[in-house]
Design a protein around this ligand. Structure first.
Ligand code: NAG
Ligand code: NAG
Ligand code: NAG
Ligand code: NAG
Ligand code: NAG
Ligand code: NAG
Length: 326
């Protein structure tokens, strides 16, 4: 493990007030943390800077500095659309939620919640009705615009059997199982097909745009699609630190067909869970359906140090939003 990876785990554990050893052990026993086998960034001058902050121009061929430096971990909340009929016509403007008390309780409560979350995650017993599932890991340009499908040489073709590739060729049944359970293609995505299609789509569209995940950044013999596997492990690992449902629950915000919530309360609850940086909340039909966490990274996006940053996207949700059950 590189010093940067250690640093990021340490700061993560510190941010969550978790004992350092818990941050590491729990992760390793859940999804196996395989070394990314990318070149060290210890001596790369550009790896001293967080993305978007280098005072000098860094070529997008660097393995230690992301050119598209805004990293986003995006999540779905696939609420059950049958509830839309129930809330239709219900006024959403008459509810005020004072959540200051909830927020005060948050810090202490969350520590246990989070521990329990990771613990049960490994045992495969998390109730997915209480989980914001994975959309992907994206990298935007520093000015908030983005590029897609950046390297056609790397794309996973439709003919690839991703099940076989992940679980057999790369011998990652653990990763495959976690992906199957928590990276689900349903209503929220515009991707046709099953979850495998979503995984393929996310890597091709976003994963190929990370210059620090290009094949030349890996050490030792490079196996075809190794970069894709590294991307998938990283997506799971970053998502694993962001249990949105628990963050909201700790502030007293749980799914309901009875009442909508003030968007500002939801934003506040997620903000305190993201180093006081603004988190993007997406809605469909006045109902929460997506959450995006923004980061900048120092070093490789696989092994480097992630730091939370404010969202670059304004929420288009109404002032009062529904948070419907799945
Ligand atoms: C899963 O969570 C949902 C929503 O909170 C709840 O209604 C359901 O009973 C839970 N299922 C189990 C097996 O705990
Ligand atoms: C963002 O930067 C890129 C590359 O420098 C540029 O092509 C694009 O027009 C910029 N977008 C905005 C909204 O400024
Ligand atoms: C994909 O690979 C898995 C595991 O090797 C195998 O069980 C499955 O039949 C394959 N699917 C197709 C469509 O070939
Ligand atoms: C790096 O920049 C070149 C030229 O602008 C572009 O063609 C290429 O796709 C970029 N590489 C990545 C990984 O984005
Ligand atoms: C949800 O919104 C879409 C447009 O965004 C609309 O077509 C659809 O009818 C709405 N569904 C319900 C149940 O309100
Ligand atoms: C109430 O919800 C509707 C969509 O369901 C939205 O258009 C409207 O702006 C909301 N009103 C407030 C005050 O949030």
């Amino acid at each position: 493990m590189t010093p940067l990876a250690l640093l990021s785990l340490a700061s993560l554990a510190a941010a969550l007030s978790l004992p350092f050893s818990l941050g590491i052990d729990t992760k390793q026993t859940n999804i196996r943390h395989l070394d990314y086998n990318v070149q060290s960034c210890a001596c790369a001058p550009e790896a001293r800077y967080f993305t978007c902050e280098s005072p000098m121009k860094v070529a997008n061929t660097s393995c230690c500095y992301e050119d598209y430096g805004i990293i986003m971990q995006t999540q779905f909340w696939d609420f059950d659309t049958k509830y839309l009929a129930q809330i239709k016509g219900k006024s959403n403007a008459t509810f005020e939620l004072g959540c200051q008390e909830g927020i005060d309780e948050y810090e202490e409560e969350n520590e246990e919640d989070f521990e329990g979350y990771l613990h049960s995650y490994g045992k495969g017993s998390v109730n997915t009705s209480e989980v914001f599932t994975i959309h992907g890991l994206w990298n935007d340009l520093c000015n908030g615009s983005y590029n897609l499908y950046c390297n056609m040489d790397l794309v996973i073709p439709d003919s690839t059997n991703l099940t076989g590739l992940i679980s057999k060729t790369f011998e990652r049944p653990d990763l495959y199982k976690a992906m199957t359970k928590y990276w689900i293609n349903s209503g929220g995505s515009n991707v046709l097909g099953d979850s495998l299609s979503l995984w393929q789509h996310e890597y091709n569209k976003h994963g190929t745009c990370f210059n620090t995940m290009q094949p030349k950044c890996f050490v030792g013999p490079y196996n075809k699609f190794q970069a894709a596997l590294a991307y998938y492990q990283k997506v799971l690992e970053v998502w694993n630190t962001l249990p949105t449902y628990k963050f909201l629950k700790a502030a007293g915000i749980t799914p309901s067909v009875e009442k909508p919530y003030a968007l500002s309360d939801i934003e506040q609850a997620l903000k305190v869970s993201h180093d006081n940086k603004k988190v993007y909340i997406g809605c469909r039909n006045g109902t929460i359906n997506e959450i995006w966490y923004y980061y900048q990274v120092r070093g490789s996006a696989l092994t480097g140090d992630y730091v939370a940053r404010d969202s670059l996207t304004n929420s288009l949700c109404p002032k009062y939003v529904w948070y419907l059950p799945k």
